[in-house]
Structures are given as C-alpha cells and as structure tokens.
Design a protein around this ligand. Structure first.
Ligand SMILES: [Mg+2]
Length: 120
C-alpha cells in the first residue's frame, strides 16, 4: 500500500481527500499546516504529499522549500491550489513540486495526477 500525507488547514478538504485516497487503496495521514507536516516527515516517509497552498503557521511553499532541503525528501508532491496563475504554478514546480491540482478536485482528477507522478 502506498502512503499519502494530506497537508491542509481545511477539515473538509482533508476529509474529502482522505475518502478519495482510501478508495484508491492509500494509507492516509493528515497535517493541518507546514510545521506539522515537517514534523511528520522527520519521522515518516510518505510516498506522496498532497499539499495545500494557503495555510496558517507555515504555507505550502514554505513547507515545500524546507522539505526539499531536508535529507529524507523524495516524496512526490502534488500542490493543491485555488490559484491558477501560471506564475504560481511555475513557482511551485521550481520549488520542487511534481504536479498540481486545482481545488475543488474530484476523484478522477486526483487519480490522474497520482498516475502522472507514478504513485498508482
Ligand atoms: Mg488552506
């Protein structure tokens, strides 16, 4: 079974994403901001991280930069954003994101992104 860490400050988004991922046979854990996610990743190595952009305490971009600078940092990262500007997407990719998905996402979209990053 592949593992996914969902990082999002929205309880609703975490719940929806967890449901989709569990039906795709992933084991799922959740973090509510970048700091919590970094702590999680210091102790565990998820296969893929579903990462929100806007979060309190530590944003998705700040998490991404800190995560990619760490030693254990080879999870695939899918950025989830409501921002569809090309500048946002380029910034995310150059900071080390593998893919991005627009919110709100459905099962088909997320499944397609997981296939692109090689997690399915
Ligand atoms: Mg958010």
């Amino acid at each position: 079974m592949k593992s996914c860490l969902i990082v999002d400050d929205s309880k609703v988004i975490r719940k929806v994403a967890r449901h989709i991922l569990e039906t795709l046979q992933f084991t799922v854990d959740e973090a509510t901001d970048g700091t919590e996610a970094l702590e999680y990743c210091a102790a565990a190595a998820p296969d893929v991280i579903l990462l929100d952009w806007n979060m309190p305490v530590m944003s998705g971009m700040d998490f991404l930069r800190a995560y990619r600078a760490a030693e254990k940092s080879n999870a695939k990262i899918i950025f989830c954003t409501t921002e569809n500007g090309i500048g946002h997407i380029q910034a995310a990719i150059s900071a080390g994101a593998d893919e991005y998905v627009m919110k709100p996402f459905d099962r088909e979209t997320l499944e397609a992104k997981l296939q692109i990053v090689g997690c399915m």
